[in-house]
Design a protein around this ligand. Structure first.
Ligand code: PLP
Length: 356
């Protein structure tokens, strides 16, 4: 099956084989070596300037987002969440679940956040301490303006958390330049490993602040994970075999080069979008808003998602439905994973057949 959903993705043979390495106890030095290798590779790939630390967690991307959100806020301060899609909304639901003081700034799903509205609130409410946003809104495939938001949080002395679960590996993101304090990613999307391992990249100095805040979670309490990982160990049993594969996928990413990976995804998206245009499909987002890895398209009149999905599945391709209010109107095609040009050409060919 060719997976054109935004994770889990198709992985290389090398990554798949890593799953079947020797059984290993996570309290042995071999596991420490594996863990520290993963943490180093994450930094080399995404923040090579040495100003961040990586914390690896067992759990899907949502676990790491929840770990970052739940520990980020001093008592008596406020968290502002930018919500223009399902994943921004999910962070707001986390803040509610943890009883955190939260302001939710909602924007239409097909638009960038209105920065003047954001600035007005930051100016008016000095009790806001942390701003959280999604880098690449997987709901629509829209790239949000991290740099511009980072300029504002920097100017007003606020912290910035970025959910880049579907961005890292597929989009350029300069954490240090944009003043990102915590950035969340996952193994199972553009890094091309398996789902079940995720991570937080944290700016040096930020952990010292967060450590002083009383824990709101036990299992997902980042300062505990950080403290142990700095010593080469982990507080709870990790998904050891998935770590083997994650390490291998990171080695592949470093070999391809982050820029090479991003360029490959860009080329794949271009090929797909040229095909979609030729087939007369309509895009949900304006060209300038689109990411390198997801394309949202309106379903042609008279064709249900189920019909399209099932027709393509029979040919060996998995597409993805819309979410929320877009569920009945659109379908999504992702181009993450260890796929070749011929896979995308084959998909366009079969899409044409199924549409007929
Ligand atoms: C995939 C994704 C997540 C996490 O989803 P999981 O299913 O928990 O891996 C979080 N944020 C964004 C933007 C995502 O695309």
């Amino acid at each position: 099956m060719i997976l054109l959903n935004p994770g889990p993705v198709n992985v290389s043979e090398r990554v798949r084989k890593a799953l079947s390495r020797e059984d290993l106890c996570h309290r042995e030095e071999e596991f420490s070596g594996l863990l520290q290798g993963i943490r180093k590779k994450l930094l080399r790939a995404f923040v090579p300037d040495g100003s961040y630390a990586a914390i690896v967690l067992t759990g899907s991307g949502t676990a790491a987002v929840e770990a970052a959100i739940s520990c980020c806020l001093d008592e008596g301060r406020k968290l502002l969440i930018i919500n223009n899609g399902v994943y921004g909304e999910r962070m707001a639901r986390m803040a509610v679940a943890y009883g955190m003081n939260m302001v939710e700034l909602k924007f239409p799903w097909q638009q960038h956040p209105d920065l003047s509205r954001l600035e007005a609130i930051l100016k008016k409410e000095p009790s806001i301490q942390v701003v959280a946003m999604v880098h690449h809104e997987t709901t629509t495939g829209m790239l949000n303006p991290v740099r511009e938001v980072g300029n504002l949080t920097g100017r007003y002395g606020m912290r910035l958390i970025v959910d880049s679960v579907s961005g890292l590996g597929g989009e350029t993101l300069d954490l240090a330049r944009d003043g990102v304090d915590m950035c969340v990613g996952t193994a199972g999307k553009c890094i091309q490993a398996f789902p079940g391992v995720s991570f937080v990249l944290i700016r040096h100095g930020e952990m010292e602040r967060i450590q002083k805040i009383p824990p709101r979670s036990l299992y997902l309490y980042l300062p505990d994970h950080f403290r142990d990982q700095e010593k080469g160990t982990v507080p709870y049993t990790p998904a050891v075999q998935l770590y083997y594969a994650f390490d291998e996928a990171l080695a592949e990413l470093l070999k391809e080069g982050l820029e090479g990976r991003i360029a490959r995804y860009q080329r794949a998206a271009q090929l797909l979008r040229k095909g979609f245009s030729r087939l007369g499909l309509e895009f949900l987002l304006h060209e300038g808003l689109r990411s390198n890895t997801i394309t949202s398209l309106y379903l042609p009149k008279g064709l249900s998602y189920q019909m399209l999905h099932n027709g393509l599945k029979q040919k060996g391709y998995i597409i993805y439905a819309g979410q929320g209010t877009l569920q009945t109107d659109i379908f999504r095609v992702a181009n993450m994973g260890a796929l070749k040009r011929s896979d995308f050409e084959g998909f366009i060919h079969h899409l044409e057949e199924v549409l007929k």
